[in-house]
Design a protein around this ligand. Structure first.
Ligand code: NAP
Length: 295
């Protein structure tokens, strides 16, 4: 069953090396566009120019984590060639062909819609986001250790947001003996934070506690660390903002006030690419097997 599956991977970074290995190890035929600087021993893996791909035989297409840019250009790591989403050729794929991406913009959504093909945004899935929170929290810990001159143990740390990353961060920093406070806004979240033996504060009241914090870690993808909060911070505090662009910090104002900020993005891919690739590959494999059973 599996070796009938044909997956075309167009572009991607070092995380995809693990994904490619995982698919091939499961006897899925993998065609690679944008990887010609690498060679693979496995007979299930082969290089293709997009122009020579027989799209009518492709069961799934995997795009890079970032999807495409607003003009359909695809990010590559292992080629000098510029790749573009073969928009028109998506129509040639069989009806069951699914397009997988990390995230999607309007360009990609429109391309999938026009071709009437299903688009799956892997990074909006809870399973991937929760697994990814592990390397993200570890990399945040690394930054916190390197960028301060005190131990994490005994430090006052505020974590803003109690979502998939916030929960893991709270657990990791509390386990090291930090004095952790989590800022949240839902009563169920306050109950859970309390159950974990961690301090909590309503997000709108962060300014009341921020002056005592050594490190402030933001996970909320909206402006939270604004001028008011920065005005109440010690200049010696460190802000680590993990929220996707534009982040949740007034970076210009923090700089003006001399508060050190780090907008730390793409941490799993930077500090644990193999694990990040295993996470993507594992979930992708499950989805491919699922979709194969339905066709
Ligand atoms: P999530 O599960 O959606 O959690 C987001 C948190 O933000 C939730 O606690 C949510 O509160 C809170 N929130 C959202 N809007 C808010 C608002 N207006 N005011 C106050 N709180 C608000 O997201 P996640 O998976 O933890 O990811 C968090 C961010 O990190 C995202 O931007 C994601 O793209 C990014 N990310 C970064 C990295 C990295 O390497 N830096 C890696 C992965 C993801 P409620 O639950 O009350 O709604």
């Amino acid at each position: 069953m599996k070796n009938r599956l044909k997956v075309l991977i167009i572009g991607g970074d070092n995380r995809y090396l693990e994904v490619i290995d995982k698919l091939a190890a499961n006897e899925i035929r993998v065609f690679l566009a944008g990887f010609e600087q690498l060679s693979f021993e496995n007979s299930f893996i082969s290089h293709r120019e997009i122009i020579e791909v027989d799209f009518s035989k492709i069961d799934a297409i995997l795009l890079p984590v970032a999807g495409t840019d607003s003009e359909g250009n695809i990010e590559t790591t292992y080629t000098d060639k510029q790749l573009k989403l073969p928009k028109q050729r998506l129509h040639e794929t069989p009806e069951h062909c699914v397009i997988y991406t990390g995230i999607a913009n309007d360009y990609l959504e429109n391309a999938a819609k026009t071709a009437n093909r299903k688009l799956i945004r892997l990074f909006t899935r809870d399973d991937i986001a929760i697994y990814n929170s592990i390397p993200t929290a570890e990399a945040t810990l690394k930054l916190a250790i390197e960028e301060t001159d005190v131990t994490i143990h005994g430090s006052n740390i505020i974590i803003i947001g109690f979502g998939r990353i916030g929960i893991t961060l709270a657990r990791v920093f509390a386990a090291l003996g930090a004095n952790v406070t989590v800022a949240a806004r839902k009563s169920a979240h306050f109950a859970r934070i309390n159950e974990m033996g961690i301090n909590s504060i309503a997000t709108e009241k962060i300014d009341k506690v921020i002056s005592g914090m050594d490190i402030c870690i933001n996970t909320v993808p909206h402006l939270i660390i604004d001028t008011n909060i920065i005005d109440n911070m010690e200049a010696s505090s460190l802000i680590i903002d993990l929220a996707s662009k534009p982040g949740g910090t007034d970076f210009d104002y923090a700089e003006k006030k001399g508060v050190k900020t780090i907008h730390a993005l793409g941490l799993p891919g930077k500090t644990a690419p193999r694990t990040a690739g295993e996470i993507i590959g594992g979930v992708l494999l499950e989805l491919l097997e699922d979709s194969m059973q339905r066709t």
